[in-house]
Design a protein around this ligand. Sequence first.
Ligand code: HPA
Ligand code: MG
Length: 222
Amino acid sequence: MSKDCIKIADDYTGYALSNFCVPRHYEEDLENVLIPWGLIQDRTERLARDIFQDIRDEPLTALCVLKGGYRFYTDLLDKLTTLNRFHASVSVQLHVDFIRLKSYENDDSTGDIRVIGGDNLSNLRGHNVLVVEDIIDTGRTMSRLLAILQKYEPKSVKVASLLVKRRPDSTGYRPDYCGFEVPDKFVVGYALDYNEYFRDLNHICVINDTGKAKYKIQQNSH
Ligand code: HPA
Ligand code: MG
């Protein structure tokens, strides 16, 4: 069952950078703080509780989609293991695995994807799988990943995504567990990157034009 998401409105301006601690090296590159780290933690705690209550007493294989999902994944699993410690009568045994997705073509939104890394996916047969992702953009990547995973005949597959972007070209895909629905802006931090930068930022922030220009991939001039 798809649960409610915290919806962040299009005209929401977030917090000024000066209200929070942001690394000196990114101060000029960000528009605002959209979701402070503390709020991510509080929301993740609730998602962990929802997952725990839904799965109760069955083992779960938590599959992290790298690299963007790694911080959400570790915080979510920390909170699930805390629930396991605090509940005497129910518990969810956790298995961990990590994958990366590569697109066959350059263009992520049209190309097919391929799963790299991780254990042999045949290990998923008969398991309850929870895919943990940082952001659902158009929804195409996730639909393709789910189609791939289904071939390995897991017992069930659910998806937890910290963010879902409101995009005009969305396929309409909704994850089972969603942290925040965000405006169609490029967000970075908390492991979400722009060309591999900003993963070392705690808060989820909107990148500005200075940041986009500074960390743009340089085209070869010859
Ligand atoms: N930020 C980082 N990675 C992304 C985004 C975003 O806004 N959308 C899709 N991948
Ligand atoms: Mg991702």
